[in-house]
Design a protein around this ligand. Structure first.
Ligand code: S3P
Length: 450
């Protein structure tokens, strides 16, 4: 049973090691797309392994309000009956997106090229997040977007009858921006092109191919890619298996890597190469990680990850493209706090516009728990607490402000496992957005979260 949503406070205490084998819940990014895209197809698709976190449920509710039939079956799978491309209807109430930036930005793309009107709103965290990265290009295709709060939620978007195809180079590495434009291109006559300077997670491209969209991807040797989509091609209903979320796997992964004697296996984790930066980053700190049983499911590479506790040491810079581990930095900072020596990480400005300002909030929470951290514009320098033997505990003992950010909440519960005194959260509800079974899963492996 997932922990009740109204359990406000949680704390995590030191453990000796983690052990066991667990299956990681469904990938959040793929789950959103596996509701949105089959909802545009004609016919019925069955989705298995869908993440039932609040963010994904917000997407399901929004797609229902725009005409799709989405329901959970007794088997645990989900059935999506699509409306057919071009047939979304105006929702008769505000689309409440909760904490979910992905739902909001991708759905804005879909609405933009349909002759419908929708108002989007969200919680206090989402209301602070920039939407101009999506609304600017969507205006160029012809959508009208109004907001009384400076391109932030709540905002109303009126899509257009005859959208113009875009040829767009996003100014930042963002799979959400790329996907919003491609999704708008689906119901647009002509060829929509997105030119990425740095490749970002390609779940949209993979799923669009599986559903029969007319899409081509050209991968450059320098990490860039050009995605070309010809619109008005009907999508075919297709069953989808959602792999486990590597962003959720990152929490037990770090927890086990930093506790000597641990040995855990995470089964069925999505290992899309544009998402696996956390594995390389942890290996660079000295973690003992092996990947096994590689196979394909739902057009995505999947495998099992085994991690054993080891001695971690700080690193000066990371040879990993930040977009391949963008959501895993908070928990990676915790691994750096346990390591021996200093870790310096730069190029992370995008972390400031996530569910919270993750550089500032992590620096604040780490310092409150006795870790020396220097924060600068696009990164952090973390002085690890590791002693001459390798890993060392952080002092701990403080209550961390989570700012409605699920990844901040879970990161500090992981850090508590290697703290002299328990680490508490001011409000633990946030993890329901992406990992409702987090506490049970971690405690099942040997965690002490209560
Ligand atoms: C996501 C893309 C990333 C990531 C987010 C999910 C997606 O955001 O941080 O959690 O599903 O496309 P950006 O596009 O802002 O980098």
């Amino acid at each position: 049973m997932p922990l009740k949503k109204d359990s406000l406070s949680l704390s995590s205490s030191a453990i000796s090691y983690l052990a066991g084998l667990v299956r990681i819940p469904g990938d959040k990014s793929i789950s959103h797309r596996s509701l949105m895209l089959p909802a545009l197809a004609s016919g019925t698709s069955i989705i298995s392994g869908l993440l039932e976190g609040e963010d994904v449920l917000a997407t399901a509710a929004a797609m229902r309000l725009m005409g799709a039939e989405i329901e959970k079956l007794d088997s645990g799978d989900w059935r999506v009956k699509g409306v057919g491309l071009g047939h979304l209807k105006s929702p008769d109430q505000t689309l409440e997106m909760g904490n979910s930036g992905t739902s909001t930005r991708l759905l804005m793309g879909l609405v933009a090229s349909h002759p419908i009107r929708a108002t989007f709103d969200g919680d206090a965290s989402l209301r602070k997040r920039p939407m101009s990265r999506v609304s600017d290009p969507l205006r160029d295709i012809g959508a009208k977007i109004e907001s009384s709060s400076g391109e932030k939620l709540p905002l109303t978007i009126t899509g257009c009858e005859n959208p113009k195809p875009l040829d767009y180079t996003p100014p930042m590495a963002s799979a959400q921006v790329k996907s919003a434009i491609l999704f708008a291109g689906l119901n647009t006559d002509g060829t929509t092109i997105v030119r990425e300077k740095t490749s970002t997670r390609d779940h949209s491209e993979r799923m669009l191919m599986a559903l029969g969209a007319d899409i081509e991807v050209e991968q450059g040797d320098d990490g860039s890619r050009v995605i070309t989509l010809t619109g008005k091609t009907p999508l075919k209903a297709t069953d989808i298996t959602v792999p486990g979320d590597i962003s959720s796997a990152a929490f037990p992964l770090v927890a086990a890597a930093m506790t000597a004697g641990s040995d855990i296996t995470l089964v069925g984790v999505g290992l899309n190469p544009l998402r696996t930066g956390i594995i390389d980053a942890l290996k660079a700190l000295g973690a003992d990680i092996t990947v096994d049983n590689m196979h394909e499911a739902g057009g995505e590479p999947v495998g099992d990850i085994r991690v054993k506790g080891s001695k971690l040491r700080g690193i000066d810079g990371l040879e990993v493209e930040p977009s391949t581990m963008i959501d895993e930095f908070p928990v990676f900072f915790c691994a750096a706090a346990i390591a021996k020596g200093t870790t310096r990480l730069t190029g992370l400005h995008e972390l400031r516009v996530k569910e919270s300002d993750r550089l500032a909030v992590m620096a604040q929470g780490l310092r409150a728990n006795g870790v020396e951290v220097e924060e600068f514009e696009d990164g952090l320098i973390i002085t690890g607490c590791g002693d001459s033997q390798g890993n060392g505990k952080v002092p701990g003992g403080a209550t961390v402000e989570t700012h409605l950010d699920h990844r901040i909440a879970m990161s500090f519960l992981v850090l508590g496992m290697m703290a002299e005194k328990p680490i508490a959260l001011d409000d633990a509800r946030a993890f329901h957005t992406s990992f409702p079974t987090f506490v049970e899963l971690m405690n099942g492996l040997g965690g002490d979260i209560k």
